[in-house]
Design a binder for this molecule. Sequence first.
Ligand SMILES: [Cu+2]
Length: 311
Amino acid sequence: MFDFMPEQASHWAAQVDAINSFITNTAIFFTVLLTGLAILFAIKYRRKSENQKTAFITHNSALEILWTVIPTIIIIFTFYYGFVTYKEMRTPPVNALEINVDAYSWRWQFQHPNGKTDINDLVVPVGRPVRLIMTSHDVLHSLFIPAMRVKEDVRGEVYSYTWFHPIKLGTFPIFCAEYCGLLHSKMIAYLRVVTEEEYQDYILERHDETVDLPPAELGMRVYAQQGCRDCHSIDGSSGIGPALQGIFAEGSERIMDDNTLVKVDENYVRESILNPKAKIVKGYNPIMPSYEGQLTEKELAGIISYLKTIE
Ligand SMILES: [Cu+2]
């Protein structure tokens, strides 16, 4: 009856939508029917004179059987149909493409079987089942891909799984569906369903294309990919973290929350990125995530070169 659902881009999307609209439509049908009858009867059978007596009715077997049997059939049907689809959703095929998902506050990292890793960008080939093996490195997150009709909690210290079979090329949003702190609403990634050839090209790209980039350019990319930009402006405007414009200016100093003065140099910035809790800039909350193990030396050096260019 109502069509609010996103594009049906996985093979079970139509099934999921069918059961969903069956339940919604049945509920609407009976709500209208029963409320309508209640109002109608209240008017039709209202007391019409002072001494009118209520008829003495004990029960009506035919009616009682009917209102037991009909809902039972509807519920059994709903259960059966839901169960069949659910069972499929919990049973990934053995030949699925396996991708590791690492959730961090507040970004998604995807790793393909050949080691290709990407942030907030999940690329998969069309027409092949994909199984996601997921874990969180901090709080509880939840991977939600509406177009695929999958949603699964992502926890620390254990793996959780989900799988889907994309049937349409296109780009679809991936959300975090578990409130996970300040930038929860920015924890958005994209699922790109591409052809098999495009997928093969994509995973072979690796980091190769970035190898020859000048450090500052590599840094600029990493700065955007790693979400630094969400907290640190580069135009001097204030944000969740200090503006990093001019951080390497001559004689640049920062005041920490214990009122000590720190001279800004490469080591200070390196420590700020790898171990942000070591020194907290005065007036800010210690909420920056650590990037220890997340960045290669090259990328770190790149970020530092990049920060030097924004004056
Ligand atoms: Cu999250």
